[in-house]
Design a protein around this ligand. Structure first.
Ligand SMILES: [Zn+2]
Length: 100
């Protein structure tokens, strides 16, 4: 594993934790506000926003918004004969059949 990947992972986990915490604070302040009659108007939307942010932080941590496919980058090899792009794993060109 390269050091840059570890740094990105730490930053992602750290930001997810902060978002999660902010979501919880909003959620609890919403619950507290809901205990009063006037606060109910502000409190209920705050609870909804808080739940949404907590769910969002779980998605950020899971890396759902990032490309999961870039863990194993596919190396493209161009055919010398027809310039067709092939994956490194393939031995023969998928277009003209010539050996790569
Ligand atoms: Zn070819």
């Amino acid at each position: 594993m390269n050091p840059l990947g570890i740094i990105i992972k730490i930053i992602r986990n750290f930001s997810a934790a902060i978002i999660f915490l902010v979501g919880l604070i909003i959620l609890f302040s919403g619950i507290v506000l809901s205990l009063t009659v006037i606060g109910l108007i502000i409190g209920v939307p705050l609870i909804i926003i808080g739940i949404f942010i907590v769910i969002l932080s779980i998605f950020v941590r899971g890396g759902k918004f990032k490309h999961t496919g870039n863990k194993k980058p596919q190396v493209i090899v161009f055919c010398k004969n027809c310039k067709n792009s092939n994956t490194q794993s393939s031995r023969f060109c998928s277009k003209c059949g010539k050996e790569l």
